[in-house]
Design a protein around this ligand. Structure first.
Ligand SMILES: Cc1cc2nc3c(=O)[nH]c(=O)nc-3n(C[C@H](O)[C@H](O)[C@H](O)COP(=O)(O)OP(=O)(O)OC[C@H]3O[C@@H](n4cnc5c(N)ncnc54)[C@H](O)[C@@H]3O)c2cc1C
Length: 496
């Protein structure tokens, strides 16, 4: 049997499934293989930030995300405690408070959804949109040539071949694909091994004050998935079931509640960023590209989902013939510095117990800067120079090319962000720009919030299909159509 597809995704975790979802949403013929039959019964990620919420909103998935009772969505608070019911004494803030805190950055909210609930939602949506998702199917080997990639995969029956134009390696932190390609990693490396016990207990009353993470004296780290399930992270050794129950009761600080152990886990916590995010027709995404421990910021899955989003529109544009393959080089140029910055921030932030040493001395970036204020510098952006910081709050960027277009409500329920995602968009409020957009072949959107984009009333910003600003003209140039056409062709690696 030979299956042909445009993009083969290997790995059905959060990064791979998101890649399949975003590509299917853009009409790309995509096939995903995942060796397991479903999600792991022991979830890892639970906190998804509002930027990920925005990406889900664009695919129409936001309303399907379950509400959770974990703190205020992603803003999970962490304290030291004698026990869950006992004295709490030292709240840890890992991100400096926003300098200007009354800004509404996003139309979306972060959500607390356990990974084993999130993955099926993404998978179902991807399937609805036409992705071919093959669970219980393992990729055995792969090779690439000038025209494409060939993989041998195996499901229930005999091995068969999948031929694709491109391959997305979302095969997790051990990434056999990355290893086979000989791609090295830079970073902390191995940090520690943890044991975990996942259990169900009626403890919701202890979440009322919005604190969801507890560093329990002498026991370990206790947190919740917000759906009645809790996880206690313990030192790495073997525990009998009776010992686990005893530890759970110690952590809770009372032993008169029913506790049901669901499963246990053993986790190798490490950190590293791949030294290249692509090799020929193969792209690394998610933990395969960067392993970012969850201890300070919950970057791992969120950054992986954003990788998938960054790659999806580029692959769609190249496969659709609108952009030259050189556009794909901007994936590494844009996403690797983001992962490297996250890696740095993880070790610069205080995790409340300094398990892996004292925080490193580095500039601390606000969570809002990390979620909404990353800067991309690549050939798909015009005018993002080396003098600019790698991240800052959106209001300080003020519409800088290379950053995510700012959010403002255009009308109730409709954000500026809702104008983007499908294709290239020029935002402006001037008839000459409307004509220029027509001539350049980009969608024109008239908006009043030009100031937010750092534009005069005669200016315009060109926004990419991922909602990032590619270029802007603060004022009206002599030849708007010429300026726009050149900017569009250059930043999109356009073939037209
Ligand atoms: C305890 C813990 C808590 C965490 N909490 C958070 C959090 O709150 N927020 C956050 O953002 N991140 C968190 N993370 C990190 C997050 O879980 C990971 O970054 C994320 O799940 C990685 O997703 P992925 O899709 O890249 O990789 P994975 O989830 O590892 O998926 C890779 C998939 O590839 C499959 N695969 C591998 N090889 C093959 C093959 N040859 N053929 C077919 N399939 C293959 C595997 O079976 C696997 O399903 C946490 C991590 C840990 C350990």
């Amino acid at each position: 049997m030979l299956v042909k597809t445009s993009v083969l995704v290997v790995g059905g975790g959060l990064a791979g499934t998101s890649a399949a979802l975003f590509m299917a949403w853009r009409g790309v013929d995509v096939t995903l293989v995942e060796k397991h039959p479903g999600s792991s019964p022991h979830p890892r990620a639970v906190g998804f930030n509002a930027r990920v919420g925005e990406l889900m909103r664009a695919t129409g998935l936001a309303d399907e995300l379950p509400r959770s009772n974990v703190g205020k969505g992603f803003g999970i608070r962490r304290v030291k405690a004698e026990s869950l019911v006992g004295r709490k004494y030292d709240e840890t803030f890992w991100s400096p408070p926003a300098e200007i805190s009354d800004v509404e950055y996003s139309p979306s909210k972060g959500v607390g959804v356990a990974q084993d609930r999130m993955e099926p939602l993404l998978r179902d949506k991807a399937r609805q949109l036409g992705a071919d998702i093959r669970m219980s199917t393992r990729m055995l080997e792969f090779s690439q040539d000038d025209e494409g990639v060939t993989a041998i995969v195996q499901g229930d029956g005999e091995p068969y071949e999948i031929r694709a134009d491109y391959l997305v390696a979302a095969d997790g932190h051990r990434s056999p694909i990355r290893e086979a390609l000989g791609i090295t990693r830079t970073g902390r490396g191995f940090m520690h091994t943890s044991r975990s016990v996942l259990f169900r207990a009626p403890l919701d009353e202890y979440l009322k004050d919005g604190i969801g993470q507890f560093v329990i004296d002498g026991i370990g780290f206790l947190t919740t998935y917000g759906d009645g399930r809790w996880v206690l992270m313990l030192e790495d050794r073997d525990y009998t079931e009776a010992e686990l129950v005893a530890r759970i009761y110690q952590a809770i600080g009372r032993d008169d509640l029913p506790v049901e152990i669901i499963t246990t886990g053993r986790w190798t916590i490490s950190a590293g960023v791949a030294d290249q995010f692509s090799a020929g027709r193969i792209f690394l995404a998610g933990d395969a590209a960067h392993t970012l421990p969850p201890s300070r910021g919950g970057f791992g899955a969120n950054v992986g989902i954003e990788d998938a989003h960054n790659l999806a529109w580029k692959l769609a544009a190249v496969l659709g013939g609108e952009s030259r393959p050189s556009l794909l080089d901007t994936y590494d140029a844009e996403r690797r510095p983001v992962a490297t910055l996250c890696h740095q921030q993880i070790f610069a932030r205080n995790d409340g117990h300094n398990r892996d040493g004292e925080p490193e001395d580095a500039v601390l970036y606000d969570n809002n800067a990390m979620h909404f204020g990353m800067l991309y510098r690549s050939d798909a952006v015009l005018g993002a120079g080396p003098e600019l910081p790698p991240a800052q709050l959106p209001e300080l960027w003020n519409g800088q090319p290379g950053t995510r277009a700012p959010h403002a409500w255009i009308e109730p329920g409709k954000s500026t962000l809702d104008l983007f995602q499908r294709g290239w968009v020029l935002v402006a409020d001037h008839p000459q720009w409307e004509e220029a957009a027509q001539r350049a072949g980009v969608t024109y959107e008239r908006i009043e919030q030009l100031e937010l984009f750092g534009l005069s009333e005669k200016g315009a910003s060109l926004v990419r299909p991922d909602g990032y600003i590619a270029w802007r003209s603060v004022d009206l140039p002599d030849d708007p159509a010429g300026a726009l056409t050149t900017a569009f062709r250059t930043s999109s690696a356009g073939t037209r």
